[in-house]
Design a protein around this ligand. Structure first.
Ligand code: ZN
Length: 148
């Protein structure tokens, strides 16, 4: 992380989510679970969602990895909780666009704390770290649709 020259306010936000991850732990009521890994960096995420009537009622995660991957999943679960699946997919698309340099997505206030990760888009090796949570989210939604 020390090699990343991110805006200091944003860096604080990332470290805050990394040190005090939101929604961390097992979710006994989960209806879908996805495991995703980024072997290049050693990041691992197990995303657990409770989906009812196309709505994400609860979201939790278990895993380990670098500050970017863990901050991203903390921010992401916080933002998608209580959202319709289509809304959550919208957030995933917007975040992916931001990671690929979309400036407009980076200014979107509805992205909440996730905007702090914008600077990561300048470091191609780390983009996968930031996207891991959203890859898991998209897979989880896909799995839910197949099963229900
Ligand atoms: Zn990583």
């Amino acid at each position: 992380m020390s090699d990343l020259n991110l805006n200091s306010l944003y860096q604080e936000l990332i470290l805050d989510h990394y040190r005090k991850p939101r929604n961390k732990g097992e979710l006994p009521e989960k209806t879908v679970e996805i495991h995703m890994a980024n072997p290049v960096c050693g990041d691992e995420i197990r995303l657990q969602l409770q989906i009812e009537d196309d709505k994400i009622v609860e979201a939790r995660h278990v895993g380990q990895g670098c500050s970017i991957s863990q901050a991203a999943v903390s921010m992401m679960t916080h933002l998608i909780k209580g959202r319709e699946l289509t809304e959550a997919e919208g957030v995933a698309e917007r975040f992916t666009a931001m990671m690929h340099g979309d400036e407009e997505a980076a200014r979107d206030r509805s992205m909440g704390d996730l905007r702090a990760l914008q600077g990561v888009s300048k470091f191609p090796v780390r983009i996968k770290c930031a996207l891991l949570a959203f890859d898991a989210l998209q897979e989880a939604i896909k799995k839910d649709r197949v099963e229900s």
